[in-house]
Design a protein around this ligand. Structure first.
Ligand code: AMP
Ligand code: MG
Length: 410
């Protein structure tokens, strides 16, 4: 499973969809959201809906790459009078004449007539004249106008998410505003009568609600605007009102209540509310009972309640959908390669994503050390992980040292 593979090497497993089949079933139902203009100061993490084009040449003029002296190469070596000192933002008022030098700062406009810059380290500066001992090469230490980008060039292509380098490039090229897909609106509804908020006292059989914050953090990291509501009790009326509210969003993500127990009501109530189920259950561990459906344009994800299942299911299925809604060019999970530090037993029927801690060995290879507690309720153990390692289904085990694919956790 590599980042650029669109068809991943999985086939259907019994009646369960494989991870890649489930992902394609989701992505084939995602329609990118419309675009809106966004000031670049507000555009971090947004995905470009159309290419952003340079307003100016970059650099906008031939500029010096060094602090030094602008001269004509043919006047070197030699002794030249310094007729002006060019500062960044303070260009010369006249061209450089034959036999002259101008002091120039990094970023200063190379005066007309000059064709080379001699770094300060290579001249003897007598204040109003300089000595140049060696012949200079034409064009040295000059950044040509447009050498980085030409006005009209695409600075950032459509489908790219804007991070530090992209935002810097847009600013440098004079782009003030870009077209970005709307941020998806995501509703999170956690289900379970047993769930309480941290800070409240736990009654018999109660636990603290964890998935809401997990999913809200992941959704926001993927670019969505999140509405997180109170945990929903396991009764049909409570489900009906919470889910109906959530279905107004572009993406509804629920946790819990998608297994086969008598209190697992999510799929049934969603069906009553008009959600058309696309699939239920995927050959993956953890997270097998995941459900996906649509109502109109709303994407509806039912993640299992165990916190690690919710976390993993999000990375495999929900994050790609949220990125695809924003028109991301490459929304699929970005698997990288590393080396397993300890053997990992394979599951006969399901691909498994195990939690691991990364480090780097002497050769610069990422080493993945599986955590001891791998059960899907063990969010406390998962807090020590920064990677999910893919252990493909099959017999036996992956030996220590095996090359594996993993997803980095944010
Ligand atoms: P469910 O998928 O509803 O059967 O839940 C599976 C397990 O996950 C049960 O032990 C639940 O108590 C637990 N669980 C469900 N939702 C949450 C949540 N939001 N936070 C923490 N644990 C949960
Ligand atoms: Mg439940």
């Amino acid at each position: 499973m590599t980042s650029d593979a669109t068809e991943l090497p999985y086939a259907a497993v019994g009646e369960l969809l494989s991870v890649s089949e489930a992902l394609e079933a989701i992505l084939s139902r995602v329609k990118p959201l419309p675009a809106e203009p966004v000031r670049i100061g507000e555009a971090r993490g947004r995905v470009l809906a159309s290419a952003a084009r340079a307003v100016v040449d970059l650099p906008p003029f031939a500029s010096s790459a060094m602090d030094g002296f602008a001269v004509r190469a043919e006047d070197t070596p030699g002794e030249l009078p310094v007729v002006f000192r060019v500062a960044a933002g303070g260009p010369a008022q006249r061209p450089l004449a034959a036999g002259e030098a101008m002091g120039i700062a990094t970023g200063g406009v190379v005066p007309e007539g000059a064709d080379t810059v001699i770094p300060i380290e290579y001249v003897v500066d007598h204040d109003n004249k300089i000595e140049i001992r060696e012949a200079a090469a034409t064009g040295a230490h000059i950044r040509p106008r447009g050498g980085d980008l030409r006005a009209g060039d695409a600075v950032v292509e459509a489908g790219v998410r804007l991070g530090a380098a992209q935002l810097g490039a847009l600013a440098a090229a004079g782009v003030a505003e870009v077209e970005c897909a709307l941020r998806p609106r995501a509703a999170v509804a956690t289900t379970g009568t047993e769930l309480r908020r941290p800070g409240e006292a736990l009654g018999p059989g109660q636990i603290y609600e964890a998935n809401g914050l997990i999913l809200a953090a992941q959704l926001e990291g993927a670019g969505a605007v999140v509405e997180l509501s109170e945990a929903v009790a396991d009764d049909e009326d409570a489900h009906r009102s919470a889910l109906e509210r959530g279905l107004a969003a572009d993406v509804l993500v629920t946790s819990g209540g998608v297994s086969v127990g008598p209190h697992d009501l999510v799929r049934q109530v969603e069906a009553e509310l008009g959600v058309v189920e696309v699939f239920w259950r995927v050959a993956v561990k953890p997270g097998k009972p995941i459900a996906f459906g649509v109502r109109g344009e709303t994407l509806v994800f039912g993640l299992p309640g165990n916190p690690v299942s919710a976390l993993v299911g999000f990375e495999l299925f929900v994050r790609p959908a949220v990125l695809a809604l924003q028109g991301a060019a490459d929304p699929r999970p970005r698997f990288r390669r590393g080396r397993l530090a300890a053997a990992a037993r394979r599951n006969g029927g399901r691909d498994e994503l195990i939690r691991a801690r990364t480090s780097t060995d002497g050769d610069g290879v990422t080493v993945l050390d599986p955590l001891r507690g791998q059960e899907s309720h063990m969010i406390g153990q998962a807090a020590g992980a920064d990677a999910l390692v893919l252990v493909p289904r099959g017999d036996g085990e992956l030996p220590a040292g095996a090359t594996v694919e993993y997803l980095a956790l944010e």
